[in-house]
Design a protein around this ligand. Structure first.
Ligand SMILES: Cc1cc2nc3c(=O)[nH]c(=O)nc-3n(C[C@H](O)[C@H](O)[C@H](O)COP(=O)(O)OP(=O)(O)OC[C@H]3O[C@@H](n4cnc5c(N)ncnc54)[C@H](O)[C@@H]3O)c2cc1C
Length: 364
């Protein structure tokens, strides 16, 4: 039986960030991952946006970790030469009766310590993006984009340089408490004994928590998978900022993002699913068209299928907000077992601040 000090489950952007951070101070860290390489799931299937933190309720973990994570991520990207761009974004009101919501969003952002938020007139926006249908916009300069693949690659390399191991094709199938340690069983028959377990298994993090004995129903920790699809276009060129409609209670709305090559895509939409299927549903094209045309004219033939991802949400269809769940589980009878469940957006932005939080939980 292999003995390890810290076992991190999942080599997505969160698990890799945690391994990188912990490897600065701890020895004998192993990251285990079901897939053949890192980031095959949600961490490679998202908008690649470095969020500012304007949306989340004050004093929530999402607000705190996003605002701190935003700064940490820019710093990390700069030092480690990860391609990124602090391009900024507009949240647009498309009619005067939406403007009040824009001011509220600005206020919420200010309360969350997001800097330099300004409301700008439609003349200023139109000088920048003439095709936009808007009356006013909230300009968010700290929003940006990042190459997530390069980010994960670098996080993994630093962790490995500091002595951590990342082992692929290692699927955790059972976990048993064994004295003050944990026995982790893998689908290939191997068994590891670990002092600490960090569950950063993304879409399967609730199942991992259940394996150790945590009752998901009782603790309200069951995940609900929510699919998000993207369409792309080659018709729009020269857009330099991200464009978002006003958010609904449930999600940010189908927005326009650019990648580091300036290519434009729209999405994600949001609907709950039961299976892990990354096939696009072409029937949703009309929904995209309607949503986009509220702020930008584009015709149906200029939208092409792109890709999709699946969010690991704690909130059900009827709930408006659930926070990240990040906890060391002594209170539930599982000391030195750390669960990260419901790490949906802004999980990418928050990855480095989540890692700092996990380090503090280990040092408690
Ligand atoms: C459509 C969409 C758009 C998004 N846009 C943004 C954005 O613009 N900005 C932002 O900040 N956030 C965004 N997010 C959220 C962000 O992508 C996630 O918060 C982040 O990627 C979560 O990373 P993770 O490491 O927790 O999960 P994952 O990347 O899913 O990694 C978990 C890993 O655990 C592995 N695993 C699972 N079970 C086991 C097991 N039993 N044994 C071993 N390994 C296992 C999986 O194979 C996987 O590789 C978006 C998410 C979606 C779906």
């Amino acid at each position: 039986m292999e003995q390890v000090n810290i076992l991190v489950i999942g080599a997505g952007v969160v698990g890799l960030s945690i391994a990188q951070k912990l490897s600065e101070n701890f020895e004998d860290i192993v990251v285990v991952e079901t897939e053949k390489s890192f980031g095959r799931h949600t961490s490679s299937r998202n908008s690649e946006v470095i969020h500012s933190g304007i949306y989340y309720p004050q004093n929530s973990l999402k607000a705190e970790l996003c605002v701190n994570g935003n700064k940490l991520l820019y710093e990390f990207a700069k030092i480690n030469k990860i391609p990124h761009q602090k391009c900024g974004k507009y949240v647009v009101a498309t009619a005067e009766n939406e403007e009040q919501k824009l001011f509220k969003l600005q206020q919420n952002g200010v309360q969350n310590s997001v800097e330099n938020l300004t409301i700008i007139s439609n003349q200023e926006i139109l000088a920048d993006i003439p095709q936009l249908n808007t009356t006013k916009a909230l300009m968010v300069p700290s929003t940006g984009i990042i190459d997530t693949h390069k980010l994960m690659e670098k996080l993994g390399k630093i962790a490995e340089k500091n002595g951590a191991f990342i082992i692929y094709e290692m699927e955790v199938i059972a976990i048993k408490q064994s004295g003050d340690k944990y026995e982790i069983k893998f689908s290939n028959g191997e068994i590891f004994l670990a002092n600490y377990v960090i569950n950063s298994a993304g879409l399967f993090s609730d199942k991992i928590a259940e394996m150790v004995g945590i009752n998901l129903q009782k603790n309200n920790l069951k995940l609900h998978w929510c699919k998000g699809e993207y369409y792309k276009t080659t018709k729009l060129k020269g857009i330099k900022k991200l464009i978002y409609p006003l958010p609904s209670e449930q999600f940010l709305g189908i927005h326009l993002t650019i990648n580091l090559n300036g290519e434009v895509r729209f999405g994600p939409n949001a609907y709950f699913v039961d299976d892990l299927n990354y096939k696009m549903n072409e029937n949703n094209k009309d929904e995209f068209l309607r949503a986009i045309n509220r702020y930008l004219p584009i015709s149906v033939e200029n939208l092409q299928l792109d890709d999709c991802g699946i969010r690991a949400k704690l909130q059900t269809e009827n709930e408006s907000f659930r926070d990240f769940y990040i906890a060391e589980e002594t209170a539930k009878g599982y000391p030195n077992f750390i669960n990260l469940i419901g790490i949906e957006s802004p999980g990418l932005t928050s990855c480095l601040s989540i890692a700092e939080k996990v380090k503090k939980l280990i040092e408690h």
